[in-house]
Design a protein around this ligand. Sequence first.
Ligand code: GLU
Length: 463
Amino acid sequence: MTVITRFAPSPTGYLHIGSARTALFNLLYARHHGGKFLLRIEDTDRARSTQEAVETIFNSLKWLGIDWDEEPVFQFSRAERHAQVAHTLLEKGLAYKCYCTPEELEQMREHARENGLPPRYNGLWRDKDPTMAPEGVKPTIRLKAPRTGETSIDDQVQGRVTIRNEELDDMVLLRADGTPTYMLSVVVDDHDMNISHIIRGDDHLTNAFRQYHIYAAMEWEVPIFAHIPLIHGADGAKLSKRHGALAADAYKDMGFLPQALCNYLLRLGWGHGDEEIISRMQAIEWFDLDGVGKSPSRLDMAKLTHLNAHYMKEMPAADLLEALLPFFAAPLSEKASERVRRGLDGLKVRAKNLLELRDSALFYTQERPLSLNEGAQKILNDMPSPTLLKDLHDLFAALPEWSQAPLEAASKTFSETAGLKLGQIAQPLRACLTGSNISPGVFEVMEILGKDESLLRLSDFIP
Ligand code: GLU
């Protein structure tokens, strides 16, 4: 069988972090089996769907490296085809016209409520003679769902799930205004797109039973279902804003790398032994539905942060720089960005996300004179000798070679002669060169800033 999976978001807002994981699982499953991964935009809710949301979803998916095959399908554009299927079912006698008014339906629900029953359509027009149709009322088209027996689905994650058919009612396929319902559109699209596996959140499990009967009525092959448990908050409750950001984009803005977020989402609800760090290539090789857990997973920001720090450390400087550059308020000059690139190795060991990395790299990009933070100011106030900065400036100015080793060697000799510890001169240097009391090794910083800039930054603080 050719594996074809799909991701079918409704474009009513951002890409939810849970949906991002669903998309990732669909992508990995398709790639693992050498199949296709398709994208379908479920934009049938015209009031809530926006072009902006479509763009946001595309961008978030691209950012995460979740690349789909073929052109995305827009569900609304296929409404005629969906309606056609409803009419086919009508002709086959497997669907019927229902002329109930909204008031009648409300009465039905009321009656069910009073009797402690679930609010279902009672099948009023199922066997009614169509010639009884009231004048001027446009009918809906409803599916004749089976009334007895059971329906079972062999879900690849949930196992075999069975419901009694009494629990299903005759759902609407086509509304009175001729528009298809979500349930019908999904089935027709999945069939027409040759979807072999439907991998989605388990909030859709009950829909699967209803959808099953549309496939059955059309004598279409039913795809394989895999309903994955949802992501919960750290406290086990349904994921909500108070647990952390819900939009994939927000994680981008918080400075997480897409590789780290994907790795994290993959491990959230899927496992392969004890493996924690899993590259995309490795994920494609290993991913299967057997590894998907049955219970909801919990969002753990500390774990994500830890993974992110790991990916930042492992990333080649050029790639990390590319990820980092958009976080600066203004585009960097070539000189500044080259300094940052060279400084990344020293900076990234201290940063857990791109925001922290950006903040720690700012001194490489700033024009002198630098402003000092509190710690740096204190260091310069407490210097061991009033001429220290001038002495160091002159010492460095006379050096024939400007790189870490000779800078450090000269500083050591100087400190020994002056009876100081190396730290007593490194800290004032750091304060002048970076404006801060914390930075990568100061000789590394000097090498990267270069001779002229380093000496000028020192001069700025010589009284
Ligand atoms: N459009 C649905 C949603 O965003 C997904 C439907 C499906 O995957 O079958 O929840």
